[in-house]
Design a protein around this ligand. Structure first.
Ligand code: XMP
Length: 513
């Protein structure tokens, strides 16, 4: 078993981010509820504990607490925000409610260099604060290690007991030296060897999946995207032929994509894949539909229908694998705001398990997208799958404004392939997050050779983004835009004009539809 750090989750917004930062430091980490009894933790031999932040105040009756035995367990501990306040309260420090809560950036001043927590952190740096209570005095054995203008004790430590705490959030990128502080805690305070790699995650997950599934059958819908590919590969490593993957070709993929991903799944990853050619069926259902939301709904229904029919052919299937990532988990925790302000109904296979009475296997639930990519690489997935751009479930149907026909799909596929080829070849740094072509129904007059043309406008979209939630348009070099434009109008029949989309999200969305 790897050296494991447990994050006690007191309801933090950032518990997963803490876990991910710890894994980045080469230490295996899991999140457990704040009230996990010490006996349960002790059985797993924690190498260190991190107490997360949380929305409550320790000054209020009924604030979430940890098992008393944890404090005296002798395990190295790091409290963050609420976690610091709880530790402080439990060791007998004095806390007050601030007149004005401290939110956002603050200058952190390191005041103590005797302990290793701030090794390598400059005397002054930016830290991210988010608290309404503050520690004002400390009991014997504890020293104040850092402060901000508003927070007298922004970090504290007891070197004998290896108990440390910080009021700021070391896990967020806005805290300049947050990673160093976490690394110091893990290596210098807790003495961990920091040699954990994704390979260990693979071994662990395989063991868990095997134990859960036993001899049952499992099914997985492959979209060609990185998440479902990684999830399926991991499950296949665990249970081999008991997993059946279904790849529904709805005809809305990009140029050569269906062949490429299917080839990779079968030949490289040795997945057991049933491929269903549903291209005609999807096109028929989409015929004459130009409302984008209707397109999404039709595609979603058709997909479920085709998939269900295929699943019914597998006797005794009990589980469905889904490539749900941690950001999907957070988003689904706030259903009210999403449902209230739905902009687009995102099509994934979300509705499948309830309808089919299947239990879910979600091996990527604790991971972020870039961790999934790393996991994919550890599993030997080819670069064209691991590095694939996010691609909407309804595919090119939402990148064609208006009616979706085979002819229009052909035009878009050809234009889109040029956009991707040119941008890939340009070796941009930073590489845009997503880049594609959109076929608009706008027609305008042009001249080609000596003749008049009356053809379509194609829009190019290239964005930079962290997560697709917000985006900026990529500042592509003009020469590159020029090459893309010239190639599309010359090589793709039916297109005589190119526009580059220079809107951010918000107010625009990433996809046009
Ligand atoms: P929008 O257009 O909503 O897109 O700004 C944000 C990100 O989500 C992708 N997208 C989808 N992803 N199923 C998906 O899995 C969908 O139905 C879907 N629609 C949009 C989009 O490509 C962008 O990365």
């Amino acid at each position: 078993m790897p050296e494991t750090v447990f994050v006690l989750d007191f309801g933090a917004q950032y518990a997963q981010l803490i876990a991910r930062r710890i894994r980045e430091q080469g230490v295996y980490c899991e999140i457990v509820p704040y009230d996990t009894p010490w006996s349960a933790l002790a059985a797993r031999k924690p190498a260190a504990l991190v107490l997360s932040g949380g929305p409550e105040s320790t000054l209020v009756e009924g604030a979430p607490e940890m098992d008393d035995e944890i404090l005296n367990s002798g395990v190295p501990m790091l409290g963050i925000c609420y976690g610091m306040q709880l530790l402080a309260r439990d060791v007998g420090a004095e806390l007050v409610k601030l007149d004005h809560a401290e939110y956002g950036p603050a200058t952190l001043v390191v005041g103590d260099r005797e302990t290793p927590l701030f090794d390598g952190v400059p005397d002054e740096s930016r830290a991210w604060m988010s608290h309404g209570d503050s520690v004002v005095s400390l009991p014997d054995g504890y020293r104040a290690l850092a402060s901000t203008a508003r927070c007298h004790v922004a970090a504290m430590g007891n070197p004998q007991k290896k108990i440390y705490a910080v009021q700021f959030h070391p896990e967020v990128v806005h805290t300049e030296h947050g990673r160093t502080v976490l690394a110091n805690f893990l290596a210098e305070v807790a003495g961990l060897s920091r040699d954990w790699k994704m390979d260990s995650f693979v071994d662990r997950s395989i063991g868990e999946i095997r134990a859960r599934v036993g001899g049952d059958r499992v099914i997985c819908a492959l979209s060609g995207g990185v998440d479902s590919a990684v999830a399926a590969t991991l499950v296949a490593r665990a249970i081999g032929e008991q997993l059946t993957c279904v790849f529904v070709d709805h005809g809305l993929l990009r140029k050569n994509e269906a062949e490429e991903v299917l080839g990779a799944f079968r030949e490289l990853l040795h997945l057991n894949v049933v491929a269903i050619d549903a291209r005609e069926r999807f096109l028929r259902k989409l015929s004459g539909v130009d409302d984008p939301e209707r397109k999404r709904i039709i595609i979603g229904h058709e997909f479920i229908d085709v998939f269900e029919r295929e699943a019914a052919k597998i006797p005794g299937v009990k589980y469905l694998v889904q490539g749900t990532l941690y950001p999907d988990v957070i988003e689904s925790k706030t259903p009210a705001s999403k449902a209230g302000k739905k902009i687009k109904s995102h099509h994934n296979v979300g509705g499948l398990p309830e309808q089919m009475g299947l239990e879910l296997i979600e091996p990527l639930r604790s991971l972020f997208k870039d961790e999934v990519r790393e996991l994919g690489r550890a599993l030997g997935l080819p670069a064209n799958i691991v590095g694939r751009q996010p691609f909407p479930g309804p595919g090119l149907a939402v990148r064609i404004i208006g009616d979706v026909t085979e002819e229009r799909l052909e035009v878009l596929r050809a234009a889109d392939a040029i956009v991707r080829e040119e941008i890939d070849a340009a070796g941009l740094d930073p590489h845009p997050w997503q880049y594609f072509a959109v076929l608009t129904p706008v027609k305008s007059v042009g001249v080609m050779g000596d003749g008049r043309t009356y053809a379509n406008l194609v829009a190019i979209r290239a964005i930079t983004s962290e997560d697709g939630m917000t985006a900026d348009w990529a500042r592509l070099p003009h020469a590159l835009l020029g090459r893309i434009s010239a190639r599309i109008v010359n090589e793709v029949r039916g297109v005589n004009r190119i526009a580059y989309d220079i809107t951010t999200k918000p107010p625009a969305t990433v996809e046009w539809e």
